[in-house]
Structure formats: structure tokens, C-alpha cells
Design a protein around this ligand. Structure first.
Ligand SMILES: Cc1ncc(COP(=O)(O)O)c(C=O)c1O
Length: 491
């Protein structure tokens, strides 16, 4: 017997898969008898199954099986999920309802444009809303995730330099606080990522950057506010220095939720930026694929956007193909259902309330920081915006960030992002988002204080955590590199 955080007590119940619960002849539903003579002949013989092994269960067993499985994952609908940088923002249910309207779901991608004007209008309007919020000339909805947006945006940078015949520019400068997808996106675009060390305050050192700029630099790729949650106050001087040297400025827009409605990246001189719709505009987090990472560009880069772009000609919405496009990045037109959720979110929020999202996100992060900074070390003491990075250096008895993360699971919380950004040793990066209440954050703060107190008085209880989960402490590297995804494969 074991007790788990989701309340199930029967270990056998945990281990059985649906085929093991099957009993011959048991059934949940009987289909009405139907004459199917000749139907099988419609399927070529070599495609017909010889046998079909399906589990046989009663309805209640099926319901319990899947309801139980649904509780195995932490989710934003289940509990507080304070992942810094990854931003697990609440997904309002109205978004889901609208995205399920058959007028959208029944539309085939090959539908003639005359019959898809509603969806095209939604895409066109969303492009404009995103452009307005961020200060860019045009936005493409094609990329399928933030990282995919990076790939696309750097493709725009590549195409810009190619068109000018400036082929020497092969380097992209990236601060050492950047997300790992940044250098990866450079590599797949044929650029060389060059690391820029952060200054002592965690920000970009302007003079260091100036020293690195030359006629081989294609762009700088920066995140603002950066992954410490710190706003780059020199941003206008940074973009000017890059432009003076003939380089472009790529903005990783993952943290737009910290400033939207208050300041616009386009106005700061950023040339191209991706949005993570899941972070800022409340769509489900796409897991690197089924998400959406639109790309916005300044006027001088519009001609290089990926094809196709949605344009309005008279009263009609159309797909245009740009001659100098960086290419296609997606079959058809991106994840339209995800774009639709962001569109609903923006309409529901209304232009006049957009800034409140950023203000509350910043307030919440600073509340947690103020309550915990005496217990967990904060390496960089700058003012932070929507997220805050603690570390484990104040914890006694060799209790580390990983132990804190496991201790939080026992207390019913998803751990924050750990060991990122790399410039903070033992980082614990917390982002509450604007949707969490003071009571939820207070519970989380108490849990972190309790863990720090136990680290001193009863360290073993933290070093042994989690005690309430089905799987305890897997080998993190093996679990990531060689996950056992097939039932029975581990036996
Ligand atoms: C700063 C930053 N940039 C880029 C990404 C990549 O975004 P996505 O997860 O949508 O691919 C992330 C993801 O969490 C991020 O935090």
C-alpha cells in the first residue's frame, strides 16, 4: 500500500493497465445489430486485421481508469504551476469553447478562400493586434512554437543580409543568460552563436557588446526582460550600437507578458521578435510543437516573412506569397486553433486592460520575492519584473535546489524552473503569472519556508522527498534521454 499526492491508496490499482483489467465478456455498451454483409469486402484483403485485441471492461472501470490517469500529471487546472520562463499561464475556458466551434474545427485547410473568410479575418485581425501590442509592422502566425519562431525570425535575419549581399555576417551574439533554444536556433540557420557574458548586475554590458560588434555579426539575440526577470535599461543604446554596426536585433519575446501594454519592443529598436502565445496570451503550452510562436518584424523586414501571409485586399482576405520570403516553415498556415485562443483572450481582455496583465504579473512576482528573499538567496539584487530567481546557497545540510523541488511536490505544488538560467548556480526560477491569488501564493511561500526550516531541523525529510508520488526520484538524465515509454519495456 502507498499513499500518493492524488489520494489513491491501492498500489495494484496504480500498476494495472487497461488490458490487465480486462475480463472476457465484460462490456460497457452494446452496438445495435446491423447487417454488415459485404462491408469487409470494401477493404483490400491485405489491409484487413486478422484479429483485434481490445480490452473488455464495464463502463465504470473505463471511467475510473482514465480519470485516475488524468490525475497523474500536474496541470495548471489542478494546482499552482510556478515555472519561471516557461510560464504556465491559466488557459481560460472561453478560449477552449470558442476554439471548438464547428465553423472553425470543420474547416479543411484546402477549403476555397471564399468559404474561409471568417477564419482568415480572425488571423488577419490577430496579426494586427499582435503588431499593435509589440510595435511591429507585420506579424506572421505560421511558426508552431516559440523555438520555431526563433528559427523563423533568424531566417528573416539571414535573408535580409543575403539580399544586401552582406554574406560575411555569420555570427549571432547571445547573452549567457539566454534560453537554450536561442543558440540552437542559430545553429539550424547556419549562424555561429557567440556568447556575451552578463555584467555583474546580470544585464548586458553595453561596452562589452560594442567590443564584439563588427562586420561579421548578423544580429544580437536578446530577451527583455531577461531570464532573471530584469529589464535591460540600456536597450535603446544596445539597439543603436547594433544598427550602427550593420547588425540586426532579434528579440526573444518570451517575456512580453512582463511589459505588454506598457512598453513595445518595436519602439525600442528591436527588428524581429517571436511571441510565445502560451506565455503571454494564455493558450495551452505546446510542448515544442502544437503551440504557436508568431513572428513580428519591423518595416524593413516585412518582405522576408515566411509564406504565406494573410492580407486584406478590398473586403476580401487572401493569402499572399512574398517573392523574397525566407521560405515556408509550416504546412498550411500554422496552428490556427491556438491562434484562435489567443484572439479570444485578447478580445475578452480588451485593449484598455492589457497593461493590467503585466502589472499584476510583476506585482505577484515581487510579492513572492519580498516574502522569500531572507530565506532563499537572490544573487542579483536588481529590481525584477514578472519572475524572480532564487538559489540554494543559504540552505544548510547540503540540501539543494533539486531537494527543494522534490519537497514542493510533496506539498502539492509543481516545482519552479530549476537550474536555469545558467548564470545562477542552483537557480530556482519562480513565475506566478498574473492569474494567481494572494492566498495561493501565500500557500506556496509557506511551503518554501517550511522546506527551508526542515532543511535545518530534519534534513532527511527533504532529502527523501518526494514520498507521496508513484515515482520517487528517477535518474533525471536517463529519464530525459532514454525514457521508457512502452509498457513492460522496463521488465
Ligand atoms: C526565454 C525563452 N525563449 C524561448 C523559449 C522557447 O519557447 P517554446 O517553449 O514555445 O518553444 C522559452 C521557453 O520556455 C523561453 O523561456
Amino acid at each position: 500500500m502507498s499513499y500518493t499526492s492524488n489520494g489513491f491508496t491501492d498500489i495494484k490499482f496504480h500498476e494495472e493497465i487497461i488490458f490487465e483489467r480486462s475480463r472476457p465478456g465484460r462490456c460497457a455498451y452494446s452496438l445495435p445489430a446491423k447487417d454488415l454483409t459485404g462491408v469487409a469486402d470494401l477493404i483490400p484483403a491485405d489491409l484487413r486485421r486478422k484479429e483485434l485485441d481490445l480490452p473488455e471492461l464495464s463502463e465504470i472501470d473505463v471511467v475510473r481508469h482514465y480519470t485516475r490517469l488524468s490525475t497523474y500529471n500536474f496541470s495548471i487546472d489542478h494546482t499552482f504551476y510556478p515555472l519561471g520562463s516557461c510560464t504556465m499561464k491559466y488557459n481560460p475556458k472561453i478560449n477552449e469553447k470558442m476554439a471548438r466551434l464547428s465553423a472553425f474545427t470543420d474547416l479543411h485547410p484546402e477549403t476555397p478562400l471564399d468559404r474561409a473568410q471568417g477564419t482568415l479575418k480572425m488571423m488577419f485581425d490577430l496579426q494586427h493586434m499582435l503588431a499593435e501590442v509589440s510595435g511591429f509592422a507585420e506579424v506572421s502566425l505560421n511558426p508552431a512554437a516559440g523555438a520555431h519562431g526563433e528559427y523563423t525570425g533568424l531566417g528573416v535575419v539571414r535573408k535580409y543580409h543575403q539580399k544586401r549581399g552582406d554574406l560575411k555576417r555569420k555570427k549571432v551574439i547571445i547573452p549567457d543568460s539566454a534560453h537554450g533554444t536561442n543558440p540552437a536556433s542559430c545553429a539550424v540557420n547556419g549562424f555561429e552563436a557567440v556568447v556575451l557574458e552578463s555584467g555583474p548586475d546580470g544585464k548586458i554590458c553595453l561596452d562589452c557588446l560594442k567590443g564584439m560588434l563588427n562586420d561579421e555579426v548578423a544580429a544580437i539575440m536578446l530577451t527583455n526582460p531577461n531570464t532573471l526577470g530584469v529589464f535591460e535599461t540600456d536597450i535603446c543604446a544596445i539597439t543603436k550600437a547594433c544598427h550602427d554596426a550593420g547588425a540586426l536585433v532579434y528579440g526573444d519575446g518570451a517575456n512580453l507578458n512582463a511589459i505588454m501594454g506598457v512598453a513595445r519592443p518595436g519602439d525600442m529598436g528591436i527588428d524581429v521578435m517571436h511571441f510565445n502565445l502560451h506565455k503571454t496570451f494564455s493558450t495551452p503550452h505546446g510542448g515544442g510543437g502544437p503551440g504557436s510562436g508568431p513572428v513580428g518584424v519591423a518595416k524593413h523586414l516585412v518582405e522576408f516573412l515566411p509564406n504565406p501571409v494573410v492580407r486584406k485586399v478590398g473586403d476580401r482576405y487572401e493569402f499572399a506569397l512574398l517573392k523574397d520570403s525566407m521560405g515556408r516553415v509550416r504546412s498550411f498556415y500554422g496552428n490556427v486553433g491556438i491562434a484562435l485562443r489567443a484572439y479570444v483572450y485578447l478580445l475578452e481582455l480588451g485593449k484598455e486592460h492589457i497593461a493590467e496583465v503585466a502589472e499584476h504579473a510583476v506585482l505577484n512576482a515581487n510579492y513572492i520575492k519580498a516574502k522569500l528573499k531572507d530565506v532563499y538567496n537572490v544573487k542579483y539584487s536588481n529590481d525584477t519584473l514578472h519572475e524572480t530567481v532564487f538559489d540554494d546557497s543559504k540552505l544548510p545540510n547540503h540540501v539543494t535546489t533539486m531537494d527543494v523541488a522534490k519537497g514542493l511536490i510533496d506539498r502539492g505544488y509543481h516545482p519552479p524552473t530549476v537550474y536555469f538560467p545558467l548564470i545562477v548556480h542552483g537557480a530556482l526560477m519562480v513565475e506566478p503569472t498574473e492569474t494567481e491569488s494572494k492566498e495561493t501564493m501565500d500557500g506556496f511561500i509557506d511551503a518554501l519556508k517550511d522546506i527551508a526550516e526542515k532543511a535545518a531541523s530534519d534534513p532527511q525529510s527533504i532529502l527523501n522527498a518526494p514520498t507521496k508520488t508513484y515515482i520517487k526520484r528517477p535518474d533525471e538524465t536517463l529519464a530525459a534521454r532514454k525514457p521508457v515509454l512502452k509498457y513492460g519495456a522496463e521488465k
